[in-house]
Ligand binder design. Structure first.
Ligand code: FAD
Length: 323
């Protein structure tokens, strides 16, 4: 069986669900594939909360993407009738001359983002949950907050389906190939033809793009929740003394890490622009979900995007030519 679509999306987790929505909203005929159920807990996008912030210590070149992401988080909230991004304010803590504090300040100052530098005493007075050393400070960013990853994915999937996307769950993509007119995606039982392919396979990206040599390393991270109050827990007592030693629950979650910890977003080499990858989010990608969805839709529909994504160029890992 073969069906023709404009764009096929492999992986309907954080990035793929947003890509499916941003493609479908433009009138593209979208088919999406997810190997598990919708909103599962086996990839990188579960665990109830994701920190969102704009004063990006990692690199100020991320900030314009975050400014656009905030617009799209707010739009998502408007579309669903309930805010997607909760602005709580956030603290970036560390030594005054450390990479986190100096990088956060540099990004905030370069892009004119509201922020305030607090010394250790002021942090502990205003935010008594935290214990800092005397030489430590915090940058307070009022626009920081959190999103709920499970809800984000569910909302993007619902919007994509309502806009006409054909979404296949419990459907493992076992391979894909270039054809004379586009791309063919193979599941266990069928082939699907599309003009373009988007790969948002998270920790499985090297399997889906096995012949394309992306240097992605998957790390397994453990997340734990503790009840507040009571006796301090030994592991966090020096920083969060109000945590009880009463363990509530835990889960494992995966990072897909690049050598420089910057993302991989762009055209896959050797595919004539027909295959776009969005992967390697290196443990800090969720805050970008809606803007990555929009960028991927730009790339898949007209080959370029107005935002600067040169930092994420997949070709930066190509071996240098031998002189
Ligand atoms: C513990 C933890 C905390 C984090 N905290 C933050 C934070 O505070 N702020 C922040 O910005 N980021 C954070 N991140 C990072 C962020 O969550 C990830 O960067 C983001 O979720 C990656 O999304 P993704 O779409 O690439 O991967 P996923 O959401 O895992 O999606 C990939 C999907 O592809 C599917 N798939 C793969 N192969 C196939 C196939 N062959 N066929 C069909 N389907 C397939 C998978 O089943 C999966 O659903 C955190 C990550 C973890 C693990």
């Amino acid at each position: 069986m073969s069906t023709t679509y404009d764009v096929a999306v492999i992986g309907l987790g954080g990035m793929g669900s947003a890509a499916a929505w941003h493609l479908a909203r433009r009138g593209q005929r979208v088919v999406g594939f997810e190997q598990f159920d919708p909103v599962h807990d086996r990839g990188s996008s579960h665990g109830s909360t994701r920190l969102v912030r704009q004063a990006y210590y990692e690199d100020p070149r991320y900030v314009p993407l975050l400014v656009r992401a905030y617009e799209l988080w707010d739009e998502l909230g408007s579309l669903t009738g309930s805010p997607a991004l909760q602005r709580t304010g956030g603290l970036m803590l560390g030594p005054r001359d450390g990479a986190v504090v100096t990088g956060t300040l540099a990004s905030a100052e370069q892009w004119g983002l509201p922020h305030r530098l607090l010394d250790a005493d002021e942090v502990m007075r205003r935010h008594p949950a935290f214990r800092l050393r005397p030489d430590e400070v915090a940058v307070h960013e009022p626009a920081a907050g959190f999103v709920v990853p499970e809800r984000t994915i569910a909302d993007h999937l619902d919007l994509a389906a309502a806009a006409g996307a054909a979404l296949h769950f419990r459907t493992d993509v076992q391979g894909w190939e270039l054809t004379a007119t586009g791309v063919r995606v193979h599941t266990g039982t069928a082939g699907f033809d599309a003009g373009r392919l988007v790969v948002c396979a998270g920790p499985w990206s090297t399997r889906v793009l096995a012949d394309h040599g992306l240097p992605l390393v998957v790390e397994r991270h453990l997340v734990h929740w503790f009840a507040p109050g009571g006796d301090p827990a030994r592991f966090a007592a020096d920083r969060l003394p109000g945590l009880a030693d009463h363990w509530l629950s835990g889960t494992a979650c995966m990072y897909t890490v690049t050598p420089d910890r910057n993302f991989v977003v762009g055209s896959v080499a050797g595919t004539d622009g027909r295959v776009t990858v969005a992967a390697g989010f290196s443990g800090h990608g969720f805050k970008f979900v809606p803007v990555i969805g929009e960028i991927v839709a730009d790339l898949a529909t007209h080959g370029s995007t107005a935002l600067d994504i040169s930092l994420f160029d997949p070709r930066r890992f190509d071996p240098a030519p031998v002189a």
